[in-house]
Design a protein around this ligand. Structure first.
Ligand code: UDP
Ligand code: MG
Length: 231
């Protein structure tokens, strides 16, 4: 198996359909892949949309559980059960087009990890001001306390060579939004090669980030830093 595409999904009935159409178009041009949806405790009709998709397409697996555990937990589940030589995860809301996978695959021939970077398109994207500011602050703060230098920590489009993904996700302790930063910290610690790949950003309304989550994330990052010091 060349490629596993892991897709975390939580209550996406209103956003996932255009994404699935793009995904269909992408995998049609791919010889050898598997798709792993991780349904992170959706309460809406997401699961039946995924079931319909898996009936039409080959090589689609669905992992599903009742309780919402967070994006980090969902991605980890998917990565640990995937079989591809390369493993890519991508958000289900269509903010990154699955067509970008082709370029990521090429870069993964030369790098251990390749991550999407939306910052070049930031100014041209119709994004709420508050989200822009918290986003910038978050990147600044995460880079500062973890000693990393990543332009776009939270982009929901990241790819890994298989062994690297398994190592990074096996002991991951963050279950919700800040898991990406933990991954970047471990990439640096293990000296894996990292490429930030500029991608087009299509801002999607209806984020699952709740109003208080950014505050929680700032605190959680701080505690994560302390926990990781002991390791
Ligand atoms: N997601 C998830 N569990 C959660 C929250 C989000 O699996 O508890 C998924 C969601 O369905 C989407 C991805 O994580 O595929 C990113 O979520 P969202 O677009 O809301 O985040 P944002 O792009 O605003 O950071
Ligand atoms: Mg999104």
């Amino acid at each position: 198996m060349d490629l596993s595409i892991v897709i975390p999904v939580y209550n996406e009935e209103s956003r996932i359909k255009p994404f699935l159409r793009d995904l269909e178009d992408t995998i049609r041009r791919m010889p050898d892949y598997e798709i792993i949806f991780v349904n992170d405790g959706s309460k809406d009709s997401t699961m039946s949309i995924l079931n319909d998709f898996s009936k039409k397409q080959r090589e689609v697996k669905i992992i599903s559980y009742k309780k919402n555990r967070g994006k980090g937990y969902a991605v980890r589940k998917g990565v640990l059960s995937s079989n591809g030589k390369k493993i890519i995860f991508i958000d289900a809301d269509g903010s990154t087009k699955p067509q970008e996978i082709f370029q990521m695959l090429t870069l993964l021939d030369s790098y251990d990890v390749v991550v999407g970077d939306r910052t070049q398109y930031e100014s041209s994207v119709d994004q709420p001001v508050l989200r822009q500011i918290t986003g910038k602050l978050f990147n600044f703060y995460a880079n500062l306390i973890f000693g990393i230098n990543v332009k776009d920590n939270l982009c929901g489009f990241k790819g890994f060579q298989r062994e690297v993904a398994k190592i990074l996700f096996r002991n991951m302790i963050s279950e919700r939004w800040i898991f990406d930063v933990e991954i970047f910290y471990k990439i640096r610690k293990n000296n894996y090669s990292l490429r930030q790949m500029s991608i087009k950003w299509n801002h999607k309304e209806g984020t699952k980030i709740k109003p208080f989550d950014p505050f929680k994330m700032f605190l959680q990052l701080f505690f994560l830093r302390i926990k990781l010091m002991k390791k």
